[in-house]
Write a protein that binds this ligand. Structure first.
Ligand SMILES: [Zn+2]
Length: 470
């Protein structure tokens, strides 16, 4: 059964109180949403994703900040109303060294709070507000409840595909789930669930000695500090169910709030000052870009890609070709191009055309998780992610139909001024669907003024591809 919208319930409650002049509006009731998954499923999903998060996101690893955020988290977890406590859940708290005002929690309990969020909060209550809201999503098992509504877990967790690049085709079987962590982070909750998390979050806040109004205030702080323009990430994952600020404040009026709630604590001030004095943290966009450049390896490890040097004179593609093959596919490539396995993709490039900033001449082949079985939709989603991660590129015209690896496919042309060569670069992205539903892609790259040398090479490469995904 669908819960009536919170706004409607409030409206009718308000009506009753004015007409009949009831002295009190009762606390809004929260019920566990319908869920066909087991509690153990939440735990497993969260654990798998948190492993990826720790690999792909820079954790701050600063004892003092970490211990402090943990202590606030533990105080909140202890304040979860008994009917929403899951003994099997393991709430854990980590600080991500990222500048964006963001935080996210994974099913079963692992939570990540960005350094930017702690720096932005005006007091401990505001920081605790975001955490209490996140804890509420976990306690109410919203990720799997949403999957229950949508019929598959993949839908909930994977609609955004992989931002950090593909998986599967580099022959690294283990990389198949790709950037699941990032996807979960970007799960957009429904308005019903947002309302529930606001209400339960307020109750947890009050139980833990905070003023729930600080949860409402934090939404304003985030808006203000994000300086207009782009909607802050946290707000887009947690959309306003309508009158959020007023609703939380009204709920707070129904709760027992201690007379001297925790606001600016000495520990909060100390940690905030400490974080603000650290070197500027990267933004999530920068972290993603660096991750792509280094192929997921930390900067200490030398990857073959990192050993590359860009050269102004890159030799033309050889007219002779060689066969590249791995367990997932085979294709013909010019015999003077090397191949590199990097974050689950295979890159092909001649000497002088690869390095830390990616490739200037060559091709990248991989697969991305797709939220749509419709190739055209999956393609445009993927292209949008590429454009977001590579802000210098623009799309030239709409995708055109073509054949990729013997299948129906699309070719989408992007271009922009490359910061490596200082010249206009043309990137053509070929996409087709894999039997698994994932999106197969080949991105070919060359400077615009040399494109005439590469057109045939790229066409032959794309038509020679054989996929082993029967
Ligand atoms: Zn939310």
């Amino acid at each position: 059964m669908k819960t009536p919208s919170f706004a409607r319930r409030l409206a009718s409650a308000a009506l009753i109180s004015t007409l009949v002049a009831l002295p009190l509006i009762a606390q809004t009731r929260v019920t566990m949403p319908k869920n066909k998954y087991k509690v153990q499923d939440d735990i497993k999903l969260g654990r798998d994703a948190s492993r990826q998060v720790t690999q792909q996101f820079p954790l701050l690893n600063d004892n003092q900040s970490e211990r402090y955020v943990e202590s606030v988290g533990e105080r909140l977890v202890a304040a979860i109303p008994p009917e929403f406590q899951q003994t099997a859940f393991d709430y854990q708290f980590d600080v991500v060294n990222a500048r964006d005002i963001n935080a996210f929690a994974l099913p079963g309990g692992p939570m990540y709070v960005n350094r930017g969020m702690i720096e932005a909060a005006r007091n401990e209550g505001e920081m605790a507000g975001v955490m209490a809201h996140e804890i509420s999503h976990v306690a109410l098992r919203h990720a799997t409840a949403q999957a229950t509504k949508q019929s598959s877990i993949g839908n909930t967790l994977g609609t955004l595909g992989m931002i950090f690049g593909g998986a599967i085709l580099g022959g690294q079987g283990g990389a198949q789930l790709g950037m699941m962590g990032a996807q979960i982070m970007q799960t957009r909750y429904s308005r019903d669930y947002e309302t529930q998390a606001d209400i339960l979050g307020s109750r947890i806040m009050a139980n833990a000695g905070y003023d729930p109004r600080d949860l409402a205030n934090m939404f304003r702080t985030i808006e203000q500090q994000s300086g207009g323009g782009r909607a802050p990430e946290w707000m887009s994952s947690h959309p306003n169910p309508g009158n959020r600020y007023q609703s939380i404040n009204r709920e707070a009026g129904q709760l027992n709030v201690v007379s001297n709630p925790r606001k600016v604590t000495p520990e909060f001030s100390r940690v905030q000052e400490r974080l603000r004095s650290m070197p500027r943290a990267r933004t999530m966009a920068e972290i993603q870009r660096d991750y792509q450049r280094t192929g997921g390896r930390s900067s200490q490890t030398q990857s073959p890609i990192a050993n590359g040097n860009y050269s102004r004179s890159v030799s033309a593609p050889s007219t002779r070709s060689r066969v590249y093959s791995n367990s997932a596919m085979s294709m013909n490539v010019p015999s003077n191009w090397q191949d590199f396995n990097t974050s689950g993709q295979v890159w092909f490039a001649p000497d002088g055309a690869y390095g830390n900033e990616g490739i200037t001449h060559g091709a990248m082949v991989g697969a991305a998780r797709s939220g749509s079985t419709n190739l055209s939709q999956a393609t445009s989603q993927y292209i949008n992610e590429l454009l977001q991660a590579n802000s210098y590129l623009r799309q030239d015209g709409s995708p055109t139909r073509t054949t990729v690896a013997g299948r129906t496919g699309f070719a989408t042309v992007l271009s922009g001024r490359s910061s490596v060569t200082g010249r206009t670069e043309v990137v053509t992205v070929y996409t087709a669907q894999l039997r698994s539903g994932d999106l197969f892609f080949v991105a070919t790259v060359s400077p615009e003024e040399e494109a005439y040398r590469y057109d045939n090479v790229f066409r032959n490469m794309v038509s020679s591809i054989q996929l082993n995904d029967q």
